[in-house]
Design a protein around this ligand. Structure first.
Ligand SMILES: O=C(CO)COP(=O)(O)O
Length: 251
């Protein structure tokens, strides 16, 4: 049985004041037992969130990192050992906003994935196709290729201590959620790709869905066989809405 994970990606949002409010709101939520909950604040707010959520019910992660464990001369970046020191437990790797807007290649994503695991953190590997790719029926090829980049470089065992997030680019921030069936099809294909190499790794792998998840759509998505939780953007900036999404994963 896979333990669901609901994660909130706060992206480039927040001020000290709004983050303080969000922390307070999260502390008020009744979170279900039996699921993991995590939030990914901007780097600037990680310390504030780690401090504010010190009871440990909600894990804290980073949205990005350098492809390097050790500290060093790399202006503007964060070494994964610094993220450990700062109280992070997970790191997003290969989010589509970084792949598409900032030009991160599969090679860079693999380098970051390695640095995250070497530091003892858990990578959340994000995969997803654009609208054009979906319309060209290329979804499974694109997502499978992004996953294969990691498996080919690091072996399927590297997915033992990792989470995968399927986030169709056309569903991110658009209000256009994939239907549960559309998402399930891709999640099942991801799991099948892993299962071809190692059935045990595949059955234990948590695959999250991301893309306009709201409290109203969460239960149906999380009810699908291969959807093990969500990676939530906009709706995670509202503590009550995010709490409701977490509760949908606990049912
Ligand atoms: O990109 C996402 C999470 O990483 C999804 O964002 P939205 O939930 O705002 O669509």
């Amino acid at each position: 049985m896979r333990r669901p994970l609901v994660a909130g990606n706060w992206k480039m949002h927040g001020t000290r004041a709004s983050v303080a409010e969000l922390i307070e709101g999260l502390c008020r939520q009744e979170l279900p037992v039996g699921i993991d909950v995590a939030v990914f604040p901007s780097s600037l707010h990680i310390a504030q969130v780690v401090h504010g959520l010190a009871d440990g019910a909600v894990k804290v992660g980073a949205q990005d990192c350098a492809a390097q464990v050790e500290q060093g001369a790399l202006t503007g970046e964060l070494a994964t050992s610094q993220l450990v020191d700062g109280g992070c437990e997970l790191v997003l790797v290969g989010h589509s906003e970084r792949r598409l807007i900032l030009g991160e290649s599969d090679e860079v994503v693999v380098g970051k994935f390695v640095a995250v695991q070497k530091a003892g953190l858990i990578p959340v590997l994000c995969l997803g196709e654009t609208r054009e790719q979906r319309e060209a029926n290329a979804t499974l090829g694109v997502v499978g290729g992004q996953l294969a980049a990691v498996i080919d470089a690091l072996g399927v065992e590297s997915l033992k201590r990792a989470v995968v997030a399927y986030e169709p680019v056309w569903a991110i921030g658009t209000g256009l959620t994939a239907t549960p069936e559309q998402a399930q099809e891709v999640h099942a294909a991801i799991r099948a790709q892993v299962a071809q190499l190692d059935a045990e790794v595949a059955s234990g792998l948590r695959i999250l869905y991301g893309g306009s998840v709201k409290a109203a759509s969460a239960a149906e998505l999380f009810g699908m066989q291969d959807i093990d939780g969500g990676l939530v953007g906009g709706a995670s900036l509202n503590a009550d809405e995010f709490g409701a999404i977490c509760r949908a994963a606990g049912n």
